[in-house]
Design a protein. Structure first.
Length: 291
């Protein structure tokens, strides 16, 4: 997410951006966070950090809690020092997935995994702050980092056939689109402080699919020959339980901040284009082109 926000900085020349990561700032260290915020005095803080290894979290609850909740408290307390607006990224995994229509922001939460539990605790900390905004997203992927899209593309070079679960329903989200939405929200607030609307918002790309549908489109749009076949969650057991349905309603964020949300298919095509361009650039790197 942080890298995707960085890609949009030229589109918002009215802002000065400060990017930091664990090498420079460990957000689990209270005093370090306080000193960093006091030094730079930002008007807006976006927390893109998170412990997101869903299955591993079942065995590493303390580490997940440290990053997803306690570190969030450090950031919120520091934000209060400068009265900064604090935007926090959360997850669809705070829901149990028992609904059959899109989740609203005020629907009852009931996480069914340690990851979901720790993210919910982080949400509650942010919501205790008057200038706090929680943006829940789902099935996040990007041209950066490790994610489902990159995994499918890699497996397509290793296997002729893949089985992917077809009974978990949600919506993929291209991190570049979420990054733009966050910056549009900030721009609206910065233009007029009365535009600030706090609380919880949902953001994912438009549309609904299963992981199987998503995998099929990755192969189709990426011109891969690997055959994708459906299976059930029971066929592919994981340590952490996933919500079977986690489609998010985006009406609130559209009305409050006027963000435009592309379809997940459109978003996937754009991400694959970026990945292809990166791959070509890597191949060409170091080659001498003679005329």
């Amino acid at each position: 997410m942080g890298n995707e926000i960085r890609q949009w900085t030229n589109s918002f020349p009215q802002f000065s951006f400060i990017f930091t990561d664990i090498e420079e700032l460990d957000i689990t260290k209270t005093n370090d966070v306080s000193a960093f915020i006091e030094k730079h005095r930002p008007e807006f803080i976006i927390n893109t950090a998170g412990y997101t290894a869903v299955d591993k979290a079942e065995d590493e609850k303390e580490q997940a809690m440290l990053v997803n909740a306690l570190a969030v408290k450090n950031l919120v307390d520091a934000a209060a020092q400068t009265n900064a607006c604090f935007i926090h990224i959360s997850t669809d995994y705070v829901f149990d997935g028992k609904k059959t229509k899109p989740y609203l922001e005020d629907d009852a939460v009931n996480p069914i995994s340690v990851y979901g539990e720790t993210k919910l605790q982080g949400e509650n900390i942010v919501l205790s702050y008057k200038n706090g905004i929680v943006v829940r997203t789902a099935w996040l992927y990007s041209s950066f980092g490790n994610n489902f899209v990159k995994t499918m593309l890699r497996l397509s070079t290793e296997k002729s056939e893949l089985r992917v679960v077809n009974d978990q329903i949600g919506t993929p989200t291209y991190a570049a689109d979420l990054a733009m939405a966050l910056l549009q929200m900030i721009n609206k607030i910065a233009t007029n402080s009365q535009n600030f609307v706090g609380g919880i918002f949902h953001y994912a790309n438009e549309g609904v699919c299963t992981w199987f549908d998503f995998a099929q489109k990755i192969m189709d749009f990426g011109n891969r020959l690997t055959v994708v076949k459906p299976c059930t969650t029971a066929d592919y057991p994981t340590k952490a339980t996933r919500p079977p349905y986690s489609v998010l309603s985006k009406e609130k964020i559209k009305q409050a901040y006027g963000v435009n949300i592309p379809t997940w298919e459109n978003a996937l095509k754009r991400c694959l284009k970026v990945l292809n361009e990166k791959s070509q650039a890597k191949k060409n790197n170091g080659k001498t082109i003679s005329k």
